[in-house]
Design a binder for this molecule. Structure first.
Ligand code: MG
Length: 260
């Protein structure tokens, strides 16, 4: 069932969205060689709780941490650990915060120092996929228009689009209907209407989109070991066009470079 949010509810939702973006931005500033993903997770959890909010991922379906931290070939759902980031890595950080009864959800892939040009290109194209997808989030369009925008741009650049993990409706719960795949056909799927709020999150692979889950039951990695990127915003469909819920006073985007 799709929950339609009133304009007033969308305004309230922005508080959770702003906190989710602020903490993601702060996580990005910690990204540098030598930092562990656990240290980033601990900062994020403290920051969210200090603001009277609750980490959206901790305990969700049993996930053990407040962020998903997915490094290099890890696509999504990486578990924070004592793994130290090293120069040339990329790290996708997914943060969610629940406050005022609303769940913000957003993710960003950051560079650890200087990364390979082809890895940079993967990240830039994936971010462009997110932007192209958001443009499609207008009343009267269909879910398939969003997926089509992502898939077209990614495949034009020779990259693989993950099939098994998708965006989703978001609101009082982290995962609501409808699913928002990153592939699809124009004009297909659920028709978008004002008041729908969706997390749009392209997960794009430099090589094959085929993947598997590690023995920890969470971390999803590419089968060919090549890197993957993941950018996400929570977006409201409104009569005035897409409104990005996950933005703070610095806007909805983070720098690609970590440590900034
Ligand atoms: Mg999400």
């Amino acid at each position: 069932m799709i929950h339609i949010k009133s304009p007033k509810e969308i305004e309230e939702f922005k508080v959770a969205g702003a906190l989710s973006k602020t903490v993601l931005r702060r996580a990005g500033r910690m990204v540098r060689p030598g930092v562990t993903t656990r240290e980033i997770d601990q900062m994020v959890e403290s920051f969210i709780r200090l603001h009277g909010a609750v980490p959206g991922f901790k305990g969700l379906y049993g996930f053990p941490a407040s962020i998903c931290a997915s490094v290099n070939e890890e696509i999504v759902h990486g578990i924070p650990s004592d793994r130290m980031l090293v120069e040339g890595d990329i790290i996708s950080i997914d943060t969610g915060a629940t406050t005022g009864g609303w769940v913000g959800d957003n993710a960003w892939t950051f560079f650890v120092g200087e990364v390979a040009p082809e890895t940079k290109a993967l990240c830039e194209v994936t971010l462009d996929c997110l932007k192209a997808a958001i443009e499609q989030a207008v009343p009267g369009n269909h879910i398939g228009d969003i997926g089509h925008a992502v898939q077209t741009l990614a495949e034009k650049n020779g990259f693989g689009v993950v099939r098994e993990y998708v965006g989703h409706g978001v609101g009082r719960a982290m995962h609501e209907d409808p699913n928002v795949p990153n592939f699809g056909k124009k004009g297909r799927g659920v028709r978008l209407q004002a008041g729908m709020v969706i997390a749009i999150e392209p997960m794009i692979c430099q090589g094959t989109y085929r993947n598997h889950t590690l023995a920890n039951g969470w971390t999803v990695v590419t089968n060919d070991g090549k890197p993957a990127a993941h950018y996400e915003n929570t977006v409201a469909v409104t009569k005035d066009g897409p409104v990005i819920i996950t933005q703070d006073t610095d806007g909805p985007w983070c720098p690609l470079e970590g440590g900034v």
